[in-house]
Design a protein around this ligand. Structure first.
Ligand code: TPP
Ligand code: SF4
Length: 248
């Protein structure tokens, strides 16, 4: 029988540990496919975060480095500066990137470090059991906000892409979603573009991907996709915030 689909060589054969309906796996697949299509898998170094994707070093079929929570951009800076001909990326959740690692990501962008960040925003701390993240929506329940996030005490959810797009060194900034097929296709295009920007030596690039966490949202996989579409996208609008053509 003809093979019509096979797993990308950009991923190892290791079975994902992600919960059913979690879209981390889709995002992994897209990154793996892009690295293969760009022909850079053999010279790529990824930096894994702390969060549910802490084991990303087992899944991507390239060299990988682990970083302490939030510090992936600092680690990636060191790797890229020492190995400028290699392709370097970080893969980070919203707790990792938008909370403990806020300074690292902002200053890596500010310095115009020439690596790529895949930012997985699921509006919650997944790995540690559903605590509120800076990205948690108003009214969204979390273990540390059992009645839902309140503006008075927790402020408004942080829009990282919009903020990073104000920084001159961040030459490519786009927000995407993987809750449906059209969104998955656009996300792949954005990831590819972000890596191309790195290959052209233009500066820092980031793709924010809106992602599900059925386990901590307390929803089924299908309900989670709907919840993302109906609740996350209105607050986190999709689109490109910066391209090299516009930036400088
Ligand atoms: C220095 C440090 N502080 C806190 C933690 C605990 N911790 C591990 S993962 C995590 C949050 C992960 O959430 P996120 O980055 O959104 O990723 P997700 O699990 O949702 O994919 C926290 C607070 C840690 N490991 N190290
Ligand atoms: S806890 Fe949430 S983010 Fe983590 S693997 Fe499960 S569904 Fe995915």
């Amino acid at each position: 029988m003809a093979i019509v689909y096979s797993k990308t060589e950009g991923l190892t054969d290791k079975q994902f540990h992600y919960c059913p309906g979690c879209t981390h796996g889709i995002i992994h697949k897209l990154v793996g496919e892009v690295l293969v299509e760009l022909g850079v898998l053999g010279k790529t170094v990824g930096v894994a975060p702390v969060g549910c994707s802490v084991l990303a070093y087992d899944y991507f079929n390239c060299d990988m480095h682990e970083a302490a929570h939030g510090r992936a951009p600092a680690v990636a800076t060191g790797i890229k500066r020492v190995l400028p001909d290699n392709v370097v990326f970080t893969y980070q959740g919203d707790g990792d990137l938008a909370s403990i690692g806020t300074a690292e990501i902002i200053h890596a962008a500010h310095r115009g470090e020439k690596f790529t960040t895949i930012f997985v925003n699921n509006a919650i701390y997944g790995m540690t059991g559903g605590q509120m993240a800076p990205t948690t929506l108003i009214g969204q329940k979390a273990t540390t906000a059992p009645l839902g996030r309140e503006v008075a005490t927790a402020g408004m959810p942080l829009r990282m892409s919009e903020m990073l797009a104000t920084i001159d060194g961040a030459v490519f900034v786009e927000r995407c979603t993987v809750h449906n097929v059209a969104g998955i296709r656009k996300t792949k295009k954005a990831i590819k573009k972000a890596f191309e920007v790195q290959l052209e030596g233009k500066g820092f690039g980031i793709v924010e991907v809106l992602s599900t966490c059925p386990t901590n949202w307390g929803l089924t996989p299908v309900e989670s996709l709907k919840w993302l579409e109906e609740n996350m996208i209105p607050y986190y609008p999709l689109g490109n915030f910066r391209t090299p053509e516009e930036g400088k």
